[in-house]
Design a binder for this molecule. Sequence first.
Ligand SMILES: N[C@@H](CCC(=O)N[C@@H](CS)C(=O)NCC(=O)O)C(=O)O
Length: 98
Amino acid sequence: MAESQFAIGKISIMAKVVMYCTAVCPYCINAERLLVSKGVKEIEKIRIDLIPEQRELMESKTGRRTVPQIYIDETHVGGCDDLYALDRAGGLVPLLNK
Ligand SMILES: N[C@@H](CCC(=O)N[C@@H](CS)C(=O)NCC(=O)O)C(=O)O
């Protein structure tokens, strides 16, 4: 079968996005804004202000204490500044679109 037949109707599947966050967090809002602008429809938000065990988990997994901490699939992107830097470097869209 010709390659073009596979290309027709090709869909890209969006990666899973997980964001550790708190209720009041301007950096989280900015990060979410960028992700939504790239077509992300769903962000799993883990509220570390409500769930102390998740705060501990976030800190031990990432080595960071600030929110947001963002994962795209298995990749730890980091915080809001890291997310924007990744986008400027051209790495965000490829990471989101598998
Ligand atoms: N450079 C970080 C800054 C994140 C930041 O300062 N987040 C605040 C909440 S909006 C925070 O976690 N503050 C608690 C702390 O600094 O321990 C980023 O871009 O994500």
